[in-house]
Design a protein around this ligand. Structure first.
Ligand SMILES: C[S@@+](CC[C@H](N)C(=O)[O-])C[C@H]1O[C@@H](n2cnc3c(N)ncnc32)[C@H](O)[C@@H]1O
Length: 230
């Protein structure tokens, strides 16, 4: 408001919603979203995913979507587990967020080492390059892994369409920002992109209780999709 010399929030809202002011609107989104994330966050989820991947029976590797990926640590952690399980076989990961600033940072894949405290050292050594000189204290993700993750901007509040339904959705630490009605709408939107029996990971401080009956709880913050209603 101050930068644009606007008097109040109403004036700001009408400014950012005017056609032609899309850049200003994106800036508001980038400033308003909370983007905290790090590698191997909520490790129980990744340990469980690792066991699912190890026992995977499908002809093709599973398709996984990180639907509020922030600066990319979550999809890149998933990519490390996929690389361990499927190596050079064909696989890729979808990752999306509403914040263009976060997506740019995710595509660059340069992170302070402090974001990798939870990451097993073997993964750090195998999939990350250690920064030197100006980049001391940073890690850069290996190109081979970076190329496996497709980033795109998506707003969870809009109906979602994907070319292929996915086997697993990570939707962690984003539902907390919405009221129950919006949470239901988001879950409904996303479930259309999930295969029956597919897995949905949400944050450990979140729940689908009273939000959706289309999922069965199988572990803390982990659900299995029952499939679309007949
Ligand atoms: C706290 S981060 C969670 C990152 C990661 N999933 C994790 O658990 O570490 C929440 C992310 O949700 C994104 N977000 C918020 N509202 C959104 C929306 N309507 N559509 C898509 N992403 C959204 C934010 O931009 C932010 O990057």
């Amino acid at each position: 408001m101050r930068a644009l010399k606007l008097a109040n929030f109403n004036a700001y809202l009408s400014f950012i919603t005017k056609p032609g002011n899309e850049l200003e609107r994106q800036m508001a989104v980038d400033l308003l979203t909370t983007n905290e994330t790090y590698f191997y966050r909520e490790p129980k989820h990744f340990n469980f995913l690792q066991s699912v991947l190890a026992e995977w029976q499908g002809e093709k590797a599973p398709l996984i979507w990180s639907a509020a990926c922030s600066s990319g640590e979550e999809p890149y952690t998933i990519a490390m587990l996929m690389a361990e399980a499927f190596g050079s076989r064909p696989w890729h990961i979808l990752a999306s967020d509403i914040s263009m600033r976060m997506l740019e940072s995710a595509r660059t894949a340069l992170y302070p080492l402090s974001r990798a405290k939870e990451l097993p050292t073997s993964f750090l050594k195998k999939y990350c390059l250690k920064g030197h000189g100006d980049f001391e204290g940073y890690l850069l993700l290996e190109d081979k892994l970076k190329q496996r993750v497709q980033f795109a901007q998506r707003n969870l509040m809009e109906p979602q369409r994907l070319e292929t339904k996915v086997d697993v959705i990570f939707l962690r630490n984003v539902l907390i920002y919405f009221d129950n009605k919006t949470k239901s709408q988001i879950i409904n939107n996303l479930s259309r992109c999930l295969k029956p029996e597919g897995l949905l990971f949400i944050g450990h401080s979140e729940s689908l209780h009273g939000i959706s009956e289309q999922f069965t709880a199988i572990k803390p913050a982990l659900y299995r999709y029952k499939g679309a209603r007949a």
